[in-house]
Design a protein around this ligand. Structure first.
Ligand code: ATP
Length: 356
């Protein structure tokens, strides 16, 4: 196992700088997820750590050793890709043992590691099959098995579940997490899927346009997003956001937006009259009778069984409300929305930073 450090890491392709001085540390045994929209640079950062891409400036260290000039194969890492990268003409057994054979490891050790990995990943019965005879999930497990047999200091995953259907993705997510709990190998995992990040990570690094927007545990990012970007990226459905003006007076604070008064905690960290973005998560809104709370009109009702999603119109802007359970509300109904001021998030409109 190992620590990983990024120190002022930069990267350009031609004249385009795509990583702008990134620094953070990963603790021994930690599962860190790099997440962000397409093109934010997360794969490039992972590829620099893997040694598949030169480090433009700054330093990357694995277990305290700077690896900038160390070959990928000598970094003691194992990477699992979205495409699985299995050898089609080799059986599962040979795929699993390939990297150790390449290193001329003792055949008895190779056999032992392959059998161990197969047991951990439930591949025992499939060792003599070829990749074409496997399902997508089984192929993905073989790809992980190839990483495990090497017993690396660090596991790297680059969107490993993107090719799987939704149900299998959920199952594999749990398998990778269970695997990490068992092996405790330091892991860096790249995805654009914030649900994957939320469910798997010890800590999440949210990236955007080649910088880090915020680092924290999943619930830290969910409960106290540091800026508007993180607020809207983390959480599904996304946080509702309205633009308005902060008002404070008589010991109370609120936001005026869409012709309505939105409750805020007293003294939320901005000045009276300041332009703000007011955010509230769909599950933090409680629908109630018309005349109470913020006036809204139901547009669409979407039951999913355990929950119901309401699309509502508030003064011309659509918002989402998630109710635990069911509702008798119908499209066209006028309702009230109640928001507990402590669940509201306030951001400065000027630069998106969190107030409070
Ligand atoms: P995705 O989720 O779409 O894979 P990402 O966040 O992983 O996105 P990167 O693949 O790291 O993003 O790419 C970051 C930026 O660098 C993109 O704008 C991409 O077009 C550019 N880029 C990546 N690799 C190269 C390359 N070899 N040559 C030129 N530009 C590149």
């Amino acid at each position: 196992m190992a620590t990983v450090s990024f120190r002022a890491v930069e990267k350009s392709f031609g004249k385009f700088k795509i990583i702008h001085g990134i620094s953070f540390d990963i603790a021994d045994g930690e599962f860190v997820v790099l997440v962000g929209p397409s093109g934010c640079g997360k794969s490039t950062l992972l590829r620099m750590l893997a040694g598949l891409e030169d480090i433009g400036a700054g330093e990357i260290a694995i277990d305290g050793r700077v690896v900038n000039d160390i070959d990928s194969k000598d970094r003691d890492i194992a990477m699992v890709f979205q495409s699985y990268a299995l050898y089609p003409h080799m059986t599962v057994r040979d795929n699993l043992g390939f990297s150790l054979r390449l290193r001329k490891a003792d055949p008895a050790l190779i056999d032992q590691r392959v059998v161990d990995a197969a047991r951990i990943l439930n591949l025992d019965a499939l060792l003599d099959r070829f990749p074409r005879e496997l399902s997508g999930g089984q192929r993905q497990r073989v790809a992980m098995g190839r990483a495990i047999v090497r017993d690396p200091k660090v596991f790297l995953f680059d969107e490993p579940l993107s090719n799987l259907d939704a149900k299998l993705r959920v199952a594999m997510r749990a398998e990778i997490k269970a695997l990490h709990q068992r092996l405790k190998t330091t892991t860096v995992y790249v995805t654009h899927d914030q649900i994957e990040a939320m469910t798997m990570a010890d800590r999440i690094v949210v990236m955007h346009d080649g910088i880090i927007e915020q680092i924290g545990t999943p619930l830290e990012l969910y409960d106290r997003p540091g800026n508007l970007f993180v607020a809207q990226f983390i959480g599904s459905p996304s946080m509702n956001v309205v633009e308005g003006t902060l008002r404070s007076g008589g010991g109370a604070s609120w936001v005026e937006a869409l012709g309505r008064k939105w409750p805020a905690v007293p003294n939320p960290g901005g000045t009276d009259g300041m332009a703000v973005h007011y955010g509230v998560r769909p599950s933090d809104i409680v629908p109630t009778a018309s005349g109470q709370g913020i006036e809204a009109t139901v547009v669409v009702v979407e039951p999913t069984g355990a929950e119901t999603e309401l699309l509502v119109d508030v003064g011309g802007q659509q918002m989402i409300v998630v109710i635990h359970g069911r509702t008798s509300a119908q499209p066209g109904d006028r309702i009230g929305l109640q928001i507990d001021p402590v669940s509201a998030h306030l951001f400065a409109s000027s630069d998106g930073r969190r107030l409070q």
